[in-house]
Design a protein. Sequence first.
Length: 460
Amino acid sequence: MIRSLLRFRLCLAFVLVLPCPVLLAEEGKESEGHPASAPNTEIKSAEPPPANPSAQTAVVVPAEIDPALRESRSQLATDNLTSTPTVETGNPNDPQARRILNAARQQRRDKQVDLAQANLIGLIESNVSEDLKRGARLELAMLLQDQGELARAQQLYAQYLKLYPDDPNEPEVTLRQGLIYRQMGAPTLAIAKFYGVMSTALNVKTEKVEYYRRLVLQAQTEIADTYYLQGKYGEAVDFFSRLLKLNDNELNDALVRAKLVRSLAKLNRPADATSQAGIFLNRYPDSKEAPEIRYLLADSLRKVGRTHEAVQQVLILLQHAQADSAKNPSEWAQWQRRTGNDLANQLYNQGDYLNALEIYNRLLELDHSPEWELPVWYQLGLVYERLEQPQKALDAYGHIIARVGELKPENTTPNLKTISELAQWRVEHLQWLLKAELSRHQLIPTNLGGTETAVVTVAK
């Protein structure tokens, strides 16, 4: 009965991960021709709420899994899942050979690589039980993997699977092979191994259902991540979407959904990215990925022509950055500056000077150091010139000239030097234009009827 239940649940997971078209509309997406409601932190979604991690069943690594695997969970560490399995204690025999194996395992942990390797090779080549040789082979493979000898580690894992077919360790060993292949730059082989985790898990005879179910779930996330890391964002979107449909307690919903939004943005699907980013921010407004997702939401809104909403999202990002920068200074600072360099500049290049002006003024509030303010003041000067407000432009450039002396030599980059020189040139240029305009007006007399008659033709 237990085995039947395992097969049913793993088959269900396998079916959900098979390639097929995905309709993001089922997760509350908008289509290109049907704009969604304004996306903000109060977006309503028809999606079911994410699974509650606190309600999940504790995952235990069974005692029949080799100690080499049970005690080396760090090599399978993943942010895509929300928990780390606990280890069930086994009851191995403990003769001299067992003590040597245990010593080699401890030596691996203590980074005594040469001693560990010599003991493990000695066990494999000696006349000890096959059970001990099996553990030594796994331990040696992980030792080589730790040392970055990926090809040799992969070879040992392959030998292990050939020597011990239908072994309860097979699904986890296959998963480790997939991770190594991906690290070696062989994504196609990696994906084949991740699929192999699902098929081998179906054949395992055990009562520890949750452990193998978790391995299958991790394999599914690794397939999605492999496409994502390759830049195959279309396939990544399909697989991340299927993972979210599982509504699994073990799945890190926030991280997977963030990767989905990034993939949609890379595919230049702003309508879909807008919908999914809105869902993310509604659920996880305080997550570490939130500033990046809000930036992507603002950029996607701008691309679909919803400029006012895009500006509002940028302003929310800047407001939150001021409040939360003490908690995650580097994370927030990155997106503050990217917002300034991308969103406001894009609005300026599109001729939307008023919205660009609003964002630049907000950017000034983030940091009062000359290194930060000088480039922002320069952009403000350009905006005021385009708005035909030369005096305000002169004031902006004047701020640069007044503060350039505050720059420390180690902080004076070539870019800041260029901004200082350009500001000085633009001040001189604007002053010349103002004087020329004044002279032009002085050369135009007014007749008795109150109308102006041009007596001098000014070359343009």
